[in-house]
Design a protein around this ligand. Sequence first.
Ligand code: PLP
Ligand code: COI
Length: 341
Amino acid sequence: MSKTVDIDWSNLGFSYIKTDLRYVSIWKDGKWDDGKLTEDNRLYISEASTAIHYGQQCFEGLKAYRAKNGDIQLFRPDENAKRMNSSADRILMPEVPVEKFIDACMQVVKANEHFVPPYGSGASLYLRPFLIGVGDNLGVKTAPEFLFSVFCVPVGPYFKGGMTPVNFVVTDFDRAAPSGTGSAKVGGNYAASLLANKLAKKEGFADCIYLDPETHTKIEEVGAANFFGITHDDVFITPTSDSILPSITKYSLLYVAKEYLGLKVEERDVLVDNLSEFKEAGACGTAAVITPIGAIQYKDNLHVFHSETEVAPITKKLYDTLVGIQLGEVEAPKGWIYKVK
Ligand code: PLP
Ligand code: COI
């Protein structure tokens, strides 16, 4: 390793730290340029960019891990590339070729290798690819130019305490609409979530749970993560809906639960009135990894799952297996790990 940085890896939270180099590429006249690395962490864009006025932007989140054997590896970056392209399609932005997306991530990790947290620290290098509409434009239409960038930040747990149970409250607000952009990773969904998140935190909860925007009876998202529950007869359940972000962690857990832990798995509606069907529950996502849900407040009732303080056994096994795969301790399914170095 050429350089070192003075970071207390074991006590990192999920906060911005400027790292050395980020990748940037511009789409103009129908094509992408070759892209390059830059030290500059600011953007110089037209005041009339569609990203600023009309929310024409989408982003991704994935992580690089230092494995047990010292390798640096990415977890399923091809899936993030594909999801970014489906977000881009939904709001009329050009796709970034999957190979270009992965190459950009690899370049950023290599250029910031000294920011990849050590194996065993519990931290990882979070990559934030984003695609935005730029250039001079005034009417509500797609931008004349686009910017694709990837930066990285070393991070620890997203929810305080990491693998410790936290409580969530069900909000009356919606983050997305039926037939809207809930399944795309676009900034507008997150702007819509800021107030609900602030109110939940003010009440002492880690974040809020969103119900389906049409009937407000089914669980959709847990803040910026997907929901899963384990029924009393050991079935791994996650909700299905057009307004949920298709979480790569969630789909990985569906596979891990079935193929590694031998559980039955099911994607189906989860009624907020029927939380007692689950003995365990959790939130899952790249940033959240697996965060055990201790309890959910819905109206006047606090529903406690396994425990508000202790991690439930199946949730723990799912976590150990998933993180074990990401850190090279457990054999990964074919194609899940991309070696950077
Ligand atoms: N749901 C929302 C709203 C998110 O922002 C995220 C984070 O990306 C997730 C779920 C989890 O998705 P993934 O596992 O692909 O990170
Ligand atoms: C992720 O898990 O990558 C996310 O995008 C969550 C984030 C909005 C903090």
